[in-house]
Design a binder for this molecule. Structure first.
Ligand code: AMP
Length: 215
């Protein structure tokens, strides 16, 4: 199954992707995570894109497509979940082509809807495990044992540099300009399912599972 998660920064795509990866064995392809791995490796590409990400701007389409193609080739399953990609019509059309080349197609696009003011709280309270990247929130989604990552047992956590209020404003502006039109694009293709991601974590999980169960 090929699934796309669509929604503004902070809507919960990453957390729910992690959940589906753990429970349903999806290959989770998050362009944000893949780019951050590149930045941490301090490769030439990583150095080139670091300031773009920290400024809340979009990384160049060709870089994104190369990363996606490579990751798709390496994926061990055809149950793939795209998180944070596509982010524009150009990327959406490129994804259709990449999938077409492999005789694959998108089965469903889940659109996470949430009021804008809830996003600030979600983003500014967010932190990640340094070792595996798992996403937590200081109020709504803490590790089961304080200071220890549920997934890998790691003990070091960081907040993303681009998770500041200022960067969020920029990221939201770009989201509405470039990514929001994808809602109509996928609606017209009959692929869109909307979920209410302002609800608590377990309710959002149940909505996602009921979407998956339709396929
Ligand atoms: P995310 O983890 O999805 O919030 O992505 C973090 C940052 O990575 C974004 O603010 C962009 O700078 C960059 N990024 C992630 N995915 C894409 C994409 N599909 N196209 C362009 N830039 C991206």
């Amino acid at each position: 199954m090929i699934l796309v998660f669509l929604g503004p920064p902070g809507c919960g795509k990453g957390t729910q992707s992690q959940f589906l990866k753990d429970t349903h064995g999806f290959c989770h392809l998050s362009t944000g995570d893949l780019l951050r791995t590149e930045v941490h490796s301090q490769s030439q590409l990583g150095l080139q894109i670091a300031s773009t990400i920290n400024n809340g701007l979009f990384v160049n389409d060709q870089i994104i497509l190369d990363i996606i193609k490579k990751s798709l080739e390496q994926a061990e399953t055809r149950d793939v979940l795209f998180d944070g990609f596509p982010r524009s019509l150009v990327q959406a059309k490129a994804l259709d082509n990449v999938l077409d080349e492999q005789n694959l197609k998108i089965d469903c696009v889940v659109s996470f809807s949430i009021a804008e003011d809830a996003l600030v709280d979600r983003i500014t309270g967010r932190f990640n495990c340094v070792d595996c990247g798992r996403v937590y929130h200081e109020k709504n989604n803490k590790p089961q044992v304080e200071g220890i990552c549920d997934t890998c047992g790691g003990k070091r956590f960081v907040s993303r540099e681009d998770d500041s209020k200022e960067s969020l404003e920029k990221r939201l502006k770009i989201y509405y300009e470039s990514t929001y039109p994808l809602i109509n694009y996928y609606k017209e293709k009959g692929l869109l399912i909307e979920i209410d991601s302002s609800q608590n974590l377990d309710n959002v999980k149940s909505q996602i599972v009921s979407v998956i169960n339709r396929f």
